[in-house]
Design a protein around this ligand. Structure first.
Ligand SMILES: [Zn+2]
Length: 143
């Protein structure tokens, strides 16, 4: 038997399925809103890093790491010396005119630059994970 529920909808059963479905859809949207917002923020920052610094930060799992990388790149870009920003020289050989400068983003990720030791200009190489950093192979191939 169809009946009229207190909400004014008509239907069968103990409660209005239409209102129940609507309220669940609302609840779901509310739960997903912060996720979508964070996702948008991440997308926006990745786009910024790519357009301003030519950096691919996709492998960074957390928004705060992306933010930190962008901050560091911004400071390098304005000409601050890497020592001031917390950069460390990874490797130096007198035979090489280049050396690697590393910024720790956290325990797991490093932002790597290559310094031209004659001009002291830094060129971004990219972000590496802890494993890649320790293996160093992907870096050495690029030098
Ligand atoms: Zn209803």
């Amino acid at each position: 038997m169809r009946k009229t529920f207190p909400c004014g909808h008509k239907g069968k059963g103990l409660y209005c399925h239409r209102c129940k479905a609507e309220s669940e859809a609302k609840k779901k949207a509310k739960a997903e809103a912060p996720k979508n917002k964070a996702h948008l923020e991440r997308k926006h920052m990745l786009a910024q890093a790519a357009s301003e610094f030519g950096a691919d930060l996709n492998k960074l799992p957390h928004t705060r790491l992306i933010r930190k990388a962008i901050q560091i790149m911004g400071r390098v870009h304005t000409g601050e010396h890497f020592c001031v920003i917390g950069g460390k020289v990874l490797k130096y050989s007198r035979k090489m005119s280049r050396r690697l400068v590393v910024f720790s983003l956290d325990m797991d990720y490093r932002l790597i630059y290559e310094e031209d030791t004659r001009t002291h200009s830094l060129r971004l190489i990219g972000v590496v994970s802890h494993e890649e950093y320790n293996a160093r192979k992907p870096l050495e191939n690029k030098i």
